[in-house]
Write a protein that binds this ligand. Structure first.
Ligand code: DQA
Length: 145
């Protein structure tokens, strides 16, 4: 099966972006590891990072046409702002897990609300990049069921 990992704005500068909050790993480190884990279990992992809302939306539309089985998404700041991205996820009908590196609930109150959590299969936050590994593990189990 095919899993799509989507990363929102400012995650391209992971590694140097507030490392005390987001860690020292780069996005490439994370994507490479996830791709390898998926491949080891016979699955195909695609990924996209974008700083542009419309690019993420277009990718979600494509995912539907492509037959992507599952999405792992860190919408980054769009988590707290984007009804458009939420609507794209709803329209796609593709099940997904929401991931955040940091514990958004221990941060500013504007990070406490997510436009995705109520429509996600699950939400993982505060565990750093391990959150993506756990999300992938859960996604693969759910696809198999
Ligand atoms: C984030 C948390 C968001 O509040 C923030 O805007 C991000 C990253 C995280 O992974 O912890 O850009 O999604």
């Amino acid at each position: 099966s095919t899993i799509l990992v989507l990363h929102g704005p400012n995650l391209n500068i992971l590694g140097t972006r507030e490392p005390e909050v987001y860690g020292h790993e780069t996005l490439n480190d994370i994507d490479d590891r996830l791709r390898q884990q998926a491949a080891d279990q016979g699955h195909h992992l695609l990924h996209l990072q974008s700083n542009a809302e419309y690019e993420l939306i277009e990718r979600i539309h494509e995912a539907r046409a492509e037959g992507v089985d599952y999405i792992i998404i860190n919408p980054a700041a769009f988590t707290h702002t984007s009804i458009a991205l939420r609507d794209a996820m709803l329209a796609s009908g593709i099940p997904f897990i929401e991931v955040h590196l940091s514990n958004v609930h221990a941060r500013e109150s504007f990070r406490h609300h997510s436009y995705f959590s109520d429509i996600a299969d699950g939400v993982i936050c505060g565990l750093g990049s391990q959150g993506y590994d756990l999300a992938l593990q859960a996604a693969l189990q759910r696809i198999h069921r």
